[in-house]
Design a binder for this molecule. Structure first.
Ligand SMILES: Cc1ncc(COP(=O)(O)O)c(C=O)c1O
Length: 476
């Protein structure tokens, strides 16, 4: 039974940990401080630590504040690459992991595809189905965002081949040829993605990812097509005609690509992010996405919306694509990050009949599912989607003001909820700003070539917005 939009009866511990007054930011050493640097050196003797920023004291971190091992308390507007939904050490989550079922799930991690626990159906209902995007009643949990993308893709290919066979299951020749990686069992099919799109780093998903060469170089790739994503001009209201033209051209390219690949390697799946996140926070209009869906339908191609980064509330919606008013739901919606656990919603027609076709040892983690269940309850109880909208408005107002006063520094301000970005004049200045902000106690991230991105938790409120804006003003 789906429990969509039911406010939970459970008594959840309250939050008021995010208040800047209660927890002032406090940076006493440079970040990374001496302890962090020592630890990084030590870990560097065992593994590559090039990406390590600083070491964290997760016990002391609270609400919107991350505390490093040197005792620096930093306002976190990046939240572990956008993946802490309701702040550090939220009391409701701490209580949830101490429940008997959570303790049992963590010490007896089940192979969920084969031996699910008795409370699994209720958890799926309460966690996944209560917030399912409109038009979805099926969901498959997975371990990480990349894994979700890969398996949604596989389901798209299964269905395409099934349709080609007139609805029949794989036959003997499919079964024998696939063991040699040959057609028809291993068919010549393609998946289309967009320039600057990011969909993960494992072998299949990496062929869809088109952000940075360093992610892809030296790895064999599928020969799959990639088309331009619209790069809109800002401010939007002053560039309506140009932006319409840009989107129209991109749609025409998508259509052309379908035709070009049709005879040699038909495109069975198209994957797109509602806002291209890693690639630079590139937005497009609902009209563009409606157009994409229409083209996909015409070519019997699965329409996969990758909400790994946009999903779970930061845009002020649980799912960003729900603002597009699509005439019918998409075929898949992938998720991870703020959801604690990864997976994908899918239309029933894409579900393979046999077991073990979408499978791995753990297929997710019931412990993470219980964290999602509690998080969903907190989001509803504390109206955190509304808070993301309100805080987003405060941030956009302040940033608009800064953009007007420093047009040589800030440009192309864009956002939805607190999912906000703006460009700096160069990569060097972007790096310098991120570091200056950190030294003043505010953690932010970069994306694309020169953009700053904000990815705070859903409890980022007025106080935090003000601290962020005043620190930014000083640094600029
Ligand atoms: C849109 C999108 N898809 C997929 C992924 C991959 O997710 P994960 O890192 O959990 O494998 C990411 C990660 O940043 C993402 O932003």
């Amino acid at each position: 039974m789906a429990l969509r939009n039911i406010v939970p009866k459970l008594m959840l511990p309250s939050i008021r940990l995010s208040s800047a007054a209660a927890i002032p930011k406090l940076v006493t050493s440079s970040v990374p401080g001496p302890k962090s640097q020592q630890m990084k050196e030590k870990l560097g003797t065992i593994q590559n630590t090039e990406a390590v920023n600083f070491f964290v004291d997760y016990e002391k971190s609270q609400g919107n504040y991350i505390v490093d091992v040197d005792g620096n308390r930093i306002l976190d507007a990046f939240t572990q690459i956008s993946s802490i939904p309701i702040g550090y050490n939220h009391p409701a989550l701490i209580e949830a992991v101490q429940s008997k079922s959570a303790v049992t799930a963590s010490v007896n991690r089940p192979a969920l595809g084969m031996f699910p626990p008795a409370d699994f159906i209720d958890s799926v209902d309460d966690a996944f189905l209560s917030i399912a995007p409109k038009g979805f009643s099926h969901v498959q949990q997975m371990a990480c965002g990349t894994c979700a993308v890969e398996n949604a893709l596989k389901c798209a290919f299964f269905k395409y081949r099934n349709d080609e066979r007139g609805g029949s299951e794989p036959v003997e020749v499919d079964m024998t040829s696939c063991m040699n990686n040959e057609a028809p069992g291993s068919p010549s099919l393609a998946a289309m993605s967009f320039k600057s799109g990011f969909h993960g780093r494992t072998l299949g998903s990496l062929s869809l990812t088109r952000t940075k060469p360093i992610h892809k170089v030296d790895v064999p790739a599928f020969d799959w097509p990639c088309v331009d994503f619209p790069i809109l001009k800002y401010p939007l209201e002053e560039n309506v005609a140009d932006n319409e033209k840009i989107e129209k051209e991109c749609l025409a390219k998508v259509e052309e690509t379908f035709h070009k690949w049709k005879s040699s390697k038909p495109i069975a799946a198209l994957i797109v992010e509602p806002i291209q996140a890693e690639g630079g926070d590139n937005h497009a209009s609902p009209h563009f996405f409606q157009g994409l869906q229409k083209i996909c339908k015409e070519h019997n191609c699965a329409f996969i919306i990758d909400e790994v980064q946009t999903g779970g509330g930061p845009t002020g919606q649980m799912w960003a694509h729900e603002t597009w008013n699509l005439p019918t739901p998409p075929d898949f919606v992938t998720f991870s990050k703020k959801m604690h656990i990864a997976g994908f919603y899918y239309q029933k027609s894409f579900e393979p009949k046999q077991g073990y076709r979408v499978f791995n040892t753990w297929v997710g983690d019931p412990l993470r599912l219980s964290l999602l269940k509690t998080t969903v309850q907190v989001i509803k109880r504390d109206s955190l989607l509304d808070l993301a909208k309100k805080s987003g408005n405060i941030l956009m107002d302040g940033l608009n003001h800064l953009q007007a006063s420093k047009p040589n520094m800030i440009s192309r301000l864009r956002g939805m909820g607190t999912f906000i970005a703006f460009d700096l004049p160069s990569e060097e200045l972007r790096g310098k700003l991120i570091n200056d902000m950190l030294q003043k106690g505010v953690l932010i991230g970069g994306c694309g070539k020169t953009a700053i991105r904000l990815r705070p938790s859903l409890i980022f409120d007025k106080n935090e917005c003000e601290i962020f804006l005043s620190t930014l003003e000083k640094c600029l």
